[in-house]
Design a protein around this ligand. Structure first.
Ligand code: SPV
Ligand code: MN
Length: 634
């Protein structure tokens, strides 16, 4: 020690004692001190605590979250409840704030108009003003984490300052500890950093008061995100969606991928093998339930880094080690693995559910709804309405659970492998009631990139705003992409083309409905699509080529439904689900075209594929003279 040129300047008002200071200085990292200096001076907390990887420090975070009522203990050992801010059903902190999450763009730099951005100088001025004094009266914690497994080519270190103990506790469950890793940096400035403040609090439990001043500003130039006046994890936790955005910028400049992917180990019956798949689904489109399919193993459910590896495959790691999952509809029938995990003792944070007699209840949990309790709106009883007269459900539709993956019975053995896992295939899944079949395989890698770029989804409760509007969602990542879309698509294309073993790409749609609006598939049918895709990566099933990709053959699905779900899958069901809906698909192409036309620099291969599919769909129409072509006629 003693080599640091920068001296801490924040102890003038005694906010940090010698012990904490020593923990910081032991890192021997000037940038850490510089950042801490700058933001403690700006945010003005009344106390500062540095958290190392020790059990003692980590317990301090857990216990303080309870002491200051950011969390409350529940009856089951290890379970706590946290509430995010709520004023009315349309004014709350129960989801990601897309409108106030912006990328800071330096003057003269191009950014896609699909990406919410603001001039860097203007944005910094605004947010730094809001952050001035935002931690007054609060304790600030300084934490260190590792994104991705430790000791790995994949890992990126992250520094987090926050005045929310709920945020810090969540990060303990969700991310790998990194204080010791920071020491190994030997002074390098190569890490991300995140400054978060819940801002002024109100009520009991304490929640963010000034939601009108909620801002999440992504500063690519500095590799940092500043986030203020929020608690909801998608807005507040630096390492989650904020680091995803920084990771995307980094990957796109260095020719690898940071994606909104789960990582799933698929274990087909009697085959004695595992094949790893990634998958991207917009919020509430079945992502976690695919990642958690019964009989399979999970590496991750939200964010992955992918790099080309020596064996010719792309390898992927989960940047996280836990799940921040939607709890709605987790019940013994539809999500047995998670239901079991959530109803037995282990460290678990529930958020925004109903608590009655010390137990959590949520929408679709398969139990009778209690008549009263405490929920995100305070004291709740059946029939409660908000100020605007809007019905308040017993639990929020975007209520969540936070748990560690390695506590689950289906955790994959390679969860923490520094080499990651080789990827055989990638799923993209949207939410559409009338266009895409339940599963389709891309014609080749570039067509796979196109398929990912063309995902659409009807909006859900996971983001603020109206529900049920169809939105484009390239790679289920549009909320997080922070480089121009043309560059993003080109990076995908080159990434795959440079691999010796390129993943096969599949699009799934779990939400297809019939004319009467009834879903055509059960929740667990996705297991069959996944097993079929796995077989395709081992050349085990034949497929039917259509203009929009390969679809399964009836007899293979019939056998798989019988073997895996003990269900009789009829020809009629197959025909209804896998018919090619020509005019719907053409309309989708029109929407995709309209979206990308608004952007500069969309690569040529993309337009060529779009035109080719349009042409082939029109040919199919004239050959068959019907809008809906049965797979039996192909
Ligand atoms: C998502 O919405 O994609 C999530 C939850 O995974 S959040 O952390 O809010 O982003
Ligand atoms: Mn997500």
């Amino acid at each position: 020690m003693g080599i640091l040129k920068i001296k801490p300047n924040f102890d003038s008002n005694n906010v940090m004692d010698q012990e904490n200071l020593a923990k910081l200085e032991a890192l021997n990292n000037e940038k850490v001190l510089r950042v801490v200096n700058e933001f403690l001076a700006l945010c003005k907390p009344s106390k500062v605590t540095v958290i190392t990887d020790s059990k003692e420090d980590i317990n301090y975070v857990r216990q303080t979250a309870i002491n200051i009522y950011e969390e409350e203990k529940l009856n089951t050992e290890g379970h706590t409840i946290h509430y995010d801010g709520f004023f009315t059903m349309s004014y709350h902190d129960q989801a990601r704030d897309k409108a106030n999450t912006r990328v800071l763009v330096p003057e003269g730099e191009y950014m896609s108009q699909w990406i919410n951005n603001i001039d860097r100088d203007e944005g910094l001025k605004e947010i730094l003003e809001i952050m001035d004094g935002c931690m007054e009266g609060h304790e600030c914690i300084i934490r260190f984490f590792c994104l991705g497994p430790k000791n790995s080519k994949f890992s990126i270190l992250a520094l987090q300052l926050t005045d929310s103990f709920y945020v810090a506790h969540s990060e303990d469950i969700l991310y790998r500890a990194g204080y010791e890793e920071f020491k190994k940096l030997e002074g390098s400035e190569d890490f991300f950093y995140f400054i978060h403040s819940a801002g002024e609090l109100t009520g009991n439990p304490p929640v963010t008061k000034n939601l009108d001043k909620r801002r999440i500003y992504v500063d690519l130039q500095e590799g940092r995100v500043l986030s203020v006046n929020n608690q909801y994890a998608g807005n507040s936790l630096g390492l989650k969606k904020l680091a995803l955005r920084l990771g995307i910028a980094k990957a796109n400049n260095e020719d690898w991928l940071t994606e909104h992917y789960f990582i799933l180990g698929v274990h087909p019956n009697e085959k004695n093998r595992v094949s790893y798949f990634c998958g991207a689904y917009p919020s509430a489109c079945g992502k976690t339930s695919t990642a958690m399919l019964p009989g399979q193993t999970v590496v991750g459910d939200d964010i992955a880094y992918l790099r080309p590896w020596d064996d010719g495959y792309a390898h992927a790691v989960n940047i996280e080690q836990g799940l921040f999952g939607i709890i709605k509809d987790v019940n013994p029938d539809d999500d047995p693995v998670i239901y079991e995990a959530l109803t037995t003792p282990r460290e678990t944070i529930f958020s925004n559910v109903l608590i009655t007699e010390g137990f959590p209840y949520w929408i679709g949990d398969g139990r009778p709804i209690p008549k009263k309790g405490i929920n995100f709106s305070g004291k709740w009883k059946k029939g409660k309405v908000d100020e605007d007269g809007k019905f308040i459900p017993h639990a929020h539709p975007n209520a969540r659970y936070t748990i560690r993956i390695n506590e689950l019975s289906n955790a994959d053995v390679n969860l923490d492998s520094p080499e990651g896992v080789p990827i055989e295939g990638i799923f993209y899944g949207g939410r559409d009631s009338d266009t895409m079949p339940p599963i389709i395989e891309s014609l080749n890698w570039e067509h796979g990139v196109f398929i990912g770029a063309a995902i659409e989804s009807e909006t859900t409760s996971a983001t603020l705003g109206t529900e049920g509007v169809r939105r484009p969602s390239p790679m289920a990542n549009l909320d997080f992409v922070v480089v121009p879309l043309g560059k993003y698509l080109d990076n995908h294309r080159t990434f795959g083309n440079n691999l010796k073993v390129c993943p096969k790409v599949f699009a799934t749609n779990y939400f297809l409905k019939n004319e009467e609006g009834k879903y055509l598939n059960g929740m667990l049918d996705k297991l069959v699509w996944v097993i079929w895709a796995e077989g395709r990566t081992h050349n085990e099933f034949e497929a039917i080529q259509t203009p929009v990709g390969f679809i399964p053959k009836y007899h293979d699905l019939r056998d798989l439904f019988k073997l895996y779900l003990n269900k009789d899958y009829s020809k009629k069901e197959y025909e209804e689900q896998f018919s090619i809906r020509i005019s719907r698909l053409l309309e989708k192409l029109d929407r995709v075209e309209a979206m990308y036309k608004k952007d500069e620099g969309i690569p040529k291969f993309f337009w060529a594929l779009l035109e080719d599919q349009r042409k082939k769909l029109k040919e199919l129409l004239s050959q068959h003279n019907t809008e809906t072509v049965s797979p039996f006629d192909l």
